[in-house]
Ligand binder design. Structure first.
Ligand code: GLY
Length: 570
C-alpha cells in the first residue's frame, strides 16, 4: 500500500472549514468557493470548446437536446479519449414542466457474439481480447442516441447544429497538457493496433493543433444524410469493412438494426430530495438509490464530512449496494431485474441491520481481484440547462481510454471496447475489478451493464441539480458523494464537486481514497476497525460536471478541477 498522509491536495475541505458552512445555498457568499454563475443557461463538460459550442447552439434558439447533439459531437472531436461516435451512452432529462424520461443508447453485443467468446479452450479468460482490438467493440449507439433525442425534443436542424462542430474538426483544437501525456501513453499501442501511419500514431505536444479532416467529412455526411448515414450509409460500410479486416464481428445488419431505447428512469426520494437517475442497463440509478437509502437514517451532518464515522457508514452502504449490483443487474431486455425490491425501504433497512459501528463488515467469499486501474478515468459526462428550464444529464463512453484503440482513419474516430463491461466469466473481474454474474453474461444483441449515472435532483419540487461523472465503477459513489456534499454539508456546487472522495465496491474489499485526501486520525480510526485502505490505485475518483439551480434562479456550474472540465453559459 502506498500511503501518504497529508492535509494538502485537491481542494481538501476539512471538518473545520466545513463548520463555516451555515446555510443550504451558499454560492456567492463569503467563505465559499463558487463555480461559474450565469442567469439563463449553462453547459458543463470535459472540454471548453464542447461547452461553448453547446452554449452557442442554445443562444441560436436551440434547446438542451440541440445542445446535446452539438456538445456530444464536439467532445468526439476535441476529447477522443472518451468523446465518441464509436461508443454509446445514457441521457436523463427533466423538461421545464416537470416531465422526466431517459434515453438508453448503450452499445449492444453483435449478433455473432457468444457467451464464452473471450474464453480459451480451458474456459479461462484470454487477457486483452475484450479490451483491445476489433473483437472488443459493441455496436455503437451514440449517433442513434443524439438523433433520437434531438428528433423528439430539439428545435433546430441537425445540419445547423453540426456545422460549428464540423468547423471545429476542420480548423482544429489545441492539445492540452493532460492530452499530451494521455496521447503519449497510448502511442505505441495505437500504432500496434492500427499501423505506424495512423492519425493518432503521430507524436503530439501540448500547444499543437489537431485538425481531424476525416472526422469533419464523416460529420458532414451525417449532417446531410442523418442517422442512417452511420447505420446504413457509406460510413456504415467503411466501419464494417474496417473492423472485419481486423477480425471484428460487427455486421451491416448489426448496425441497421441498432435502436436507442426510451426507458423509465429510476426515481427515489432521499429526505426532501427526489432523485432521477438511469435505469438498467445502467446500474447507476439503482445502486445510487440503494446507497443513499441505506444511509438516509443516519445523521450524516452530525458525523461531519469525511469523518471516520461518515466514511464508515457510507462504505458499508456502498459494499452492500455493489454486492447486489453485481449479482442482480444486467440488460432488462434479457434478464428480469427486481427493481422495486432492490429499492424497497424495508429491504434496505434489513441490509444495514448487521452494520457494526465498531468493525468493518467482510466482503464475502471471493479473493481480492487483481485490479489494473491504469485506464480507469475513461467515459465523459456533460450537464446542460437551457433557458426554458429543460435539464439534461448525459454520460457517454468508449469504455477504456480511447476504447479498443482501433482507430478508423477513414472516418476519424476510435471504436469502443464496451464488450469488457459484460461478465466474460462469472467471478473474474473486468478492468474495473467488478465481478459479474449470470445477469450480465454475453448474449447476441444484449446490452452490457454500465455504471454510468447521469442524474437529476429535485428539491422542493423544483429542479435543483444536474450531475454525473466518468470513472468506471467509481462513477456511482462519486455522484452519491457529490449529492451528499451539497445537501448534507451545504457546499456550493463547485465545493461539492471539488471535495475529496472515496470509494468501495464490495470487491476488492478495500476503501479507495484519493491521493493525499485522508487525514491520519481518520486513517487510524478506520484501520482499528479492520478497514483495508488503499490510496494508490488511481489518482482521482471521478471528474464531476454539474449544475445547481440557486434560490434566485441563477445557475452555478461545478466543473471538476481534477480534469480540464469547463462550464460555459450566459
Ligand atoms: N464503460 C463504463 C460503464 O459503462 O460503466
Amino acid at each position: 500500500m502506498n500511503r501518504i498522509v497529508s492535509t494538502r491536495g485537491i481542494a481538501l475541505l476539512t471538518s473545520v472549514q466545513l463548520l463555516l458552512f451555515s446555510c443550504s445555498r451558499p454560492a456567492e457568499e463569503p467563505n465559499h468557493k463558487s463555480g461559474l454563475i450565469t442567469e439563463n443557461a449553462m453547459v458543463v463538460s470535459a472540454r471548453g470548446e464542447a461547452s461553448r459550442i453547446g452554449v452557442e447552439i442554445l443562444k441560436k434558439g436551440g434547446n438542451a437536446f440541440d445542445a446535446m447533439m452539438a456538445t456530444e459531437m464536439a467532445l468526439a472531436v476535441t476529447f477522443p479519449f472518451a468523446g465518441n461516435l464509436g461508443g454509446g451512452g445514457f441521457a436523463v432529462y427533466r423538461m421545464a414542466d416537470g416531465e422526466i424520461g431517459s434515453l438508453d443508447y448503450r452499445e449492444k453485443a453483435p449478433m455473432a457474439a457468444s457467451r464464452d467468446m473471450y474464453l480459451d479452450e480451458n474456459g479461462e479468460v484470454i487477457p486483452g481480447l475484450s479490451t483491445q482490438g476489433a473483437l472488443a467493440s459493441g455496436v455503437p449507439g451514440t449517433i442513434a442516441g443524439i438523433f433520437t433525442a434531438q428528433a423528439k425534443f430539439g428545435k433546430l436542424s441537425p445540419a445547423e447544429i453540426l456545422q460549428p462542430v464540423i468547423d471545429l474538426a476542420r480548423n482544429g483544437f489545441v492539445v492540452s497538457q493532460q492530452q499530451e501525456s494521455r496521447l503519449r501513453g497510448i502511442l505505441e499501442v495505437v500504432r500496434e493496433v492500427n499501423g505506424e501511419d495512423t492519425f493518432y500514431g503521430k507524436e503530439r505536444s501540448a500547444g499543437d493543433t489537431i485538425k481531424n479532416l476525416a472526422l469533419a467529412q464523416t460529420l458532414e455526411r451525417i449532417a446531410q444524410n442523418g442517422r442512417d448515414e452511420f447505420y446504413k450509409g457509406e460510413t456504415a460500410k467503411i466501419l464494417v469493412d474496417h473492423l472485419q479486416s481486423l477480425g471484428g464481428i460487427i455486421t451491416l445488419e448489426d448496425l441497421e438494426s441498432y435502436q436507442a431505447v426510451w426507458r423509465e428512469p429510476v426515481v427515489f426520494d432521499y429526505k426532501e430530495l427526489r432523485i432521477i437517475s438511469m435505469a438498467p442497463p445502467s446500474s447507476g440509478g439503482i445502486t445510487i438509490g440503494q446507497i443513499l437509502k441505506m444511509v438516509e437514517p443516519f445523521d450524516l451532518k452530525k458525523m461531519g464530512h469525511n469523518s471516520s464515522e461518515y466514511i464508515q457508514v457510507l462504505t458499508e452502504a456502498m459494499r452492500r449496494a455493489y454486492a447486489d449490483r453485481n449479482f442482480y443487474l444486467g440488460d432488462p431486455d434479457f434478464v428480469a431485474i427486481p427493481v422495486p425490491e432492490l429499492l424497497d425501504d424495508e429491504y434496505l433497512k434489513s441490509r444495514m441491520e448487521n452494520y457494526d459501528p465498531n468493525l468493518a463488515t467482510k466482503s464475502e467469499d471471493l479473493a481480492e481481484g487483481k485490479v489494473q486501474f491504469a485506464e480507469s478515468m475513461e467515459t465523459t459526462h456533460y450537464s446542460i440547462m437551457d433557458a426554458e428550464g429543460n435539464a439534461l444529464a448525459v454520460t457517454t463512453t468508449l469504455n477504456g481510454a480511447y476504447g479498443s484503440k482501433v482507430y478508423l482513419d477513414e472516418l476519424g474516430f476510435f471504436m469502443n471496447n464496451e464488450m469488457d463491461d459484460f461478465s466474460s466469466k462469472a467471478g473474474v473481474p473486468n478492468m474495473f475489478g467488478l465481478i459479474g454474474a449470470d445477469a450480465n453474461s454475453i448474449a447476441p444483441g444484449k446490452r452490457m451493464l454500465s455504471s454510468m449515472t447521469p442524474t437529476l435532483v429535485e428539491r422542493d419540487g423544483e429542479l435543483w441539480m444536474i450531475l454525473g461523472t466518468p470513472g468506471g465503477s467509481t462513477i456511482i459513489t462519486a455522484v452519491a458523494q457529490t449529492i451528499l456534499n451539497a445537501y448534507e454539508f451545504d457546499m456550493t456546487m463547485q465545493e461539492a464537486v471539488e471535495a475529496p472522495r472515496f470509494h468501495h465496491q464490495w470487491l476488492p474489499d478495500q476503501i479507495l481514497f484519493e491521493e493525499k485526501s485522508l487525514d491520519s486520525s481518520v486513517y487510524r480510526s478506520l484501520s482499528s476497525k479492520n478497514y483495508r485502505i488503499h490510496e494508490g490505485r488511481t489518482p482521482i475518483i471521478g471528474s464531476v460536471d454539474a449544475i445547481m439551480r440557486l434560490p434566485d434562479g441563477k445557475l452555478e456550474g461545478g466543473a471538476d478541477p481534477r480534469r480540464e472540465n469547463e462550464a460555459a453559459g450566459y
